[in-house]
Structure formats: structure tokens, C-alpha cells
Design a protein around this ligand. Structure first.
Ligand code: HEM
Length: 134
């Protein structure tokens, strides 16, 4: 019994994903992701637009935060540049979310689908640049 408790404890330490190490940024990103996924189950353009507005609110909360990978950058000038680029990418993501909202307000399903594809691309771009081994 004692040995299995030690083993579980060791696992938590060795693999932080098992523990509660999710960053504040990761939490907002998860919320954002959940909101976007929930759109599939929501009927009505106005209802979808309202969910997208909630997603925008989550993204806004990411702006003052710093990616864990960037936090590790030792060179101060390089770190400042990485943070500025990160905010630029979030800003592009935010514009896309506004266009997404507008597509629903205009009841334009085709445009909304196109923007959803662009959102997937920008997510990939952000994660490739700012998450280790991504
Ligand atoms: C619609 C677009 C996006 C969605 C749905 C999304 C979703 C997520 C999710 C679910 C996580 C947590 C799990 C994981 O690692 O996959 C995450 C983490 C993260 N995302 Fe995003 N993301 C998006 C866009 C972006 C963009 C544009 C950036 C960078 C500018 C970014 C930077 C990060 C970082 C750095 C983390 C790790 C947390 C940390 O370092 O503290 N994401 N994202």
C-alpha cells in the first residue's frame, strides 16, 4: 500500500500533466476551446454569436499572460520580442473571432465555416510557436 502511494506520488511529480499544473493561460485556452466546440450542438445564429462573444472574452484574458515556454527565455530583449509576437498572434485570433461573430449575425453559414477553418490554422500556428514539442 505504502509503495503504491509512493509510486502514484512519483508519477505526479514526473508527469506534471497528472497534477494540477495547468497554467492560467492553459485554463483560458481550454475554456475558449470548449466554447468553440459547443457551437456544433447549438442551434440558432444569435445563440452561436453569443457563444462566440464568450470565446472572445476568454481570449482577452490571455493577453496579459505569458506562455510557459516564453517565460523560460533568459535573454530579456528576445523575451520581450516573443511576448510582442504572441500578442500580435492573439490579436489576429481576436479579429477572426469578431469576423466569426459577424458571420453568425449575418446568418452566413458558409462564411462561418470558412472562418472556423482559419481559427484551426491560427491555433496551430500559435501552438507550434509557443508550446514546447508542438
Ligand atoms: C482558436 C484558437 C485556439 C484554441 C481553440 C486554443 C486551445 C488551446 C488549448 C485547448 C490549450 C490547452 C491544451 C493544449 O496544450 O493543447 C491551449 C494551450 C496553449 N495555447 Fe492555445 N488555442 C488557440 C490559439 C492559440 C494562439 C493563437 C496562441 C498563441 C498566440 C496559443 C497559445 C497557447 C499556449 C502558449 C498554450 C499553453 C499554455 C501555457 O504555455 O501556459 N493558443 N490552447
Amino acid at each position: 500500500m505504502k509503495r503504491s502511494i509512493t509510486l502514484i506520488l512519483a508519477l505526479f511529480l514526473a508527469f506534471p500533466a497528472f497534477g494540477e499544473d495547468e497554467t492560467q493561460l492553459g485554463k483560458h485556452m481550454d475554456e475558449l476551446s470548449g466554447l468553440l466546440k459547443s457551437l456544433r450542438k447549438i442551434d440558432g445564429f444569435d445563440e452561436k454569436a453569443a457563444v462566440v462573444r464568450q470565446a472572445q472574452e476568454e481570449l482577452i484574458k490571455c493577453f496579459p499572460l505569458i506562455p510557459a515556454l516564453t517565460e523560460k527565455t533568459e535573454d530579456a530583449a528576445l523575451k520581450a520580442a516573443q511576448i510582442a509576437e504572441y500578442k500580435k498572434l492573439l490579436a489576429r485570433n481576436y479579429v477572426l473571432l469578431c469576423d466569426f461573430e459577424l458571420a453568425f449575425l449575418n446568418k452566413n453559414e458558409e462564411q462561418a465555416d470558412d472562418i472556423y477553418d482559419q481559427l484551426k490554422k491560427i491555433k496551430k500556428e500559435g501552438h507550434t510557436a509557443y508550446i514546447e514539442d508542438n
